[in-house]
Design a binder for this molecule. Structure first.
Ligand code: PMV
Length: 316
């Protein structure tokens, strides 16, 4: 094969972030507006990469990107006759460190392009095994929600140690995403929650349990309920995330700006302390208006899209 190609999309956590670390469920959505594409071609003598984050031989990749190098080397072990001279060209539209799953999407696109180049079938299980290697380097101890979501086209129900479930979407969702423009430190946010959990167990546990309950209600509403009810659940989840200490004044400002502009619900999405918020709009016109208002309110970037209805397909 002359060329191998692989893509993956961004992800959004609709509800359940942080509580998912403590065994509660979370719901994640594909965010198809932001994609990663990786192309593999014959190189010259060694494995090389061209991307916005690094350009050069795989052997000299900076330490903070080491995960992707280890992931590529491990992938090569599963290929029948891997060449030593291949070139990866990686183009990612996903801003990094915003809770949009950029690291998992890059790794998924890279692994897919490699298997495509060698015309070798890649099972979902193998893809997850290989992307997990990169994710462990990037995030330490990730729950796995990112890599599952960036490589699937449907909303998912995710619970630690349990099989992923597809979510039934009985209504379309008009969503707005706003990037604060600041890198969110998921690792620091996760340890801040852990500290709360240890020092103020009752309070933290209450928030975590409540987020779990909100997530279960969300699942039922998505199957067939009112967007307004869903909006209320998102608002409540944001309040709990505030109590857990993972929001900040700028994210809160974006959340209130979205509501003032007509959003029926809004919350931070992902790790928090920077990163993004998401808002639910009644119509696409509303979504566009909310998106413009969020830019005026200081968002670095905004997007809006409709997530369509879907029946759960079988999952492999
Ligand atoms: O990668 P992020 O920023 O979307 O955050 C992941 C969600 C957390 O629940 C905060 C952490 C985790 O590992 O599940």
């Amino acid at each position: 094969k002359i060329k191998g190609e692989g893509t993956a999309h961004s992800k959004l956590i609709l509800i359940g972030e942080h509580a998912v670390v403590y065994g509660e469920p979370a719901i994640a959505l594909p965010f198809p507006l932001l994609m990663v594409k990786s192309t593999v071609q014959l190189g010259a003598g060694e494995i090389t990469i061209t991307s916005d984050f690094y350009k050069g031989p795989l052997n000299r990749i900076p330490e903070k990107l080491e995960g992707i190098a280890v992931c590529i080397r491990e992938s090569l072990k599963f290929l029948a006759k891997p060449a030593k001279d291949i070139h990866f060209s990686i183009k990612s539209m996903i801003p990094i460190g915003r809770g949009l799953g950029s690291s998992a999407a890059i790794a998924a696109a890279v692994v897919r392009s490699l298997f495509s180049y060698y015309d070798q079938k890649l099972s979902h299980q193998m893809l997850m095994y290989l992307v997990d290697i990169a994710e462990k380097y990037a995030h330490g101890n990730p729950s796995g929600i990112d890599m599952e979501c960036v490589s699937r086209d449907m909303p998912i129900w995710f619970k630690r140690e349990e099989a992923i479930q597809p979510i039934e979407m009985g209504m379309p969702l008009n969503l707005v995403v706003a990037d604060s423009g600041r890198i969110g430190d998921t690792r620091a946010a996760v340890s801040a929650v852990r500290e709360k959990y240890e020092k103020h167990y009752q309070k933290a546990k209450q928030s975590i349990n409540y987020i779990g309950e909100l997530t279960r209600k969300t699942q039922a509403i998505l199957a067939g309920g009112s967007p307004r009810k869903l909006g209320e659940l998102l608002n409540k989840a944001h309040e709990e995330l505030m109590k857990l200490g993972v929001s900040d004044s700028e994210l809160n400002h974006l959340v209130s700006s979205a509501k003032n502009a007509g959003a029926i619900g809004a919350k931070l999405t992902g790790g928090g302390r920077g990163g993004c918020i998401l808002a639910l709009a009644k119509t696409m016109e509303d979504a566009e208006h909310i998106s413009n208002s969020l830019r005026k309110a200081g968002a670095g970037n905004t997007w809006f899209f409709t997530l369509g209805m879907s029946k759960p397909a079988s999952m492999n």
